[in-house]
Design a protein around this ligand. Structure first.
Ligand code: SF4
Length: 368
């Protein structure tokens, strides 16, 4: 049964069970709702990298921090098509396109993204986008183009979110998810562990996700990959045990969801990843990069699948392929909307420090 009334205390009690019991319970629920030998494989493609105006403390793409990321403008439709074909030939059933934007803006660039969605849909692959905040009309336009899923992570609990990001509010995340829900596009939303949050915050995020009705079809669980120059550069990586506990707990409280083992896999052994699959993870990102952070090579993943007897899931096993409507036949047109998303702008000390350090670095580079 899918429950939408989990309390933080109940979720904490699950998270803190003896590990073998927790894994057994999660694996049992996993088998009731999914084929445990099928794993959905997505390829994440950064279609517009860097220069982001937001201040997410974990992200090397925020323009205000000084990191080694090389930015690029929006990719062309042909570049995206070539990458999608490559992803398809190496076993991916889904392409997830990420753009480092605060929110979607109506105009040429969004029209270009809509064309990318149509193009990948026509390759018979599931298409996902992660483009920031989004209005209902923009969600409808993506749906019309043939979008299968929209990703918008809650990142952490509402309380801890304020310790990581000051340029937007949690309620806008929920509003965007709600806008996506008004279409036939599926929802992908999860978070990151290892940002310095308490276990209570992990449970708090799961409460927020389970409350959504319907629950998200996909929930990515990321382990922070600390990047030099970002406010969270000093964070210690989470242990594999924490990751297994988080995956197993997510599986138990979101039984029908695809639980996506996301960033941080390069720090995990094969055995650790296998335990995550046993505990209910049934999706991964493939490709040597996750937007900007490292990820295992596709061949390594396929070797691991072979060793474990896992198979990459075919596309559209959970939901039919969306029909893609050509731009000329579109029912939803650009409204030129300029929504006012919130900007709490409270001070987060470590974000401020990273910003100051970045300013000094940039000055140093200028004077050399
Ligand atoms: S996580 Fe997304 S919104 Fe936040 S800084 Fe990075 S690219 Fe921008």
């Amino acid at each position: 049964m899918v429950r939408h009334d989990w309390t933080k205390e109940e979720i904490l009690a699950i998270y803190n069970k003896p590990l073998m019991e927790l894994m057994y319970e999660a694996a049992t629920i996993h088998r009731k709702h999914h084929d445990p030998n099928q794993v959905q494989v997505s390829t994440l493609l950064s279609i517009k990298t860097g220069g982001c105006p937001e201040d997410c403390g974990y992200c090397p793409q925020a323009a205000r921090y000084h990191t080694a990321i090389e930015g690029n403008d929006l990719m062309s439709v042909n570049q995206v098509k070539a990458q999608a074909l490559r992803a398809k030939s190496s076993g991916s059933s889904r392409v997830c396109m990420g753009a480092a934007w605060r929110n979607v803006k109506d105009g040429e660039e969004f029209d270009q993204v809509l064309e990318m969605v149509r193009t990948i849909n026509q390759l018979d692959m599931e298409v996902c986008c992660t483009l920031g905040m989004l209005t209902e009309n923009q969600a409808q336009r993506l749906a019309e183009a043939g979008l299968y899923a929209y990703n918008h992570n809650l990142d952490s609990s509402e309380e801890y979110y304020k310790e990581v990001i000051s340029t937007r509010g949690y309620e806008d995340r929920l509003k965007t998810l709600d806008n996506v829900r008004k279409t036939n596009v599926t929802v992908c939303s999860g978070g990151i562990i290892g940002m310095g949050e308490k276990v209570e915050d992990r449970a708090g995020m799961l409460v927020a996700l389970t409350t959504l009705n319907p629950q998200p079809e996909s929930v990515p669980i990321n382990a922070l990959v600390p990047v030099e120059g970002t406010p969270l550069e000093e964070q210690q990586p989470v242990s594999i045990w924490e990751m297994i506990r988080m995956i197993a707990t997510t599986r138990i409280v979101l039984p029908e969801t695809q639980v996506r083992l996301s960033a941080g896999r390069t720090q995990m052994s094969k055995e650790g990843q296998a335990m995550c699959f046993f505990a209910g993870a049934n999706s991964i990102f493939a490709g040597d990069k996750l937007l900007t952070t490292p990820n295992p090579d596709v061949n390594e993943d396929m070797e691991l699948f072979h060793e474990l007897g896992l198979q990459p899931m075919k596309p559209f096993m959970k939901k039919d392929q969306p029909k893609s409507v050509a731009a000329e036949a579109s029912k939803y047109n650009s409204k030129g909307e300029k929504p006012k998303w919130s900007r709490p702008a409270h001070k987060i000390d470590r974000n401020e420090e990273a910003k100051e350090k970045a300013k000094l670095k940039k000055q140093e580079v200028k004077t050399i």
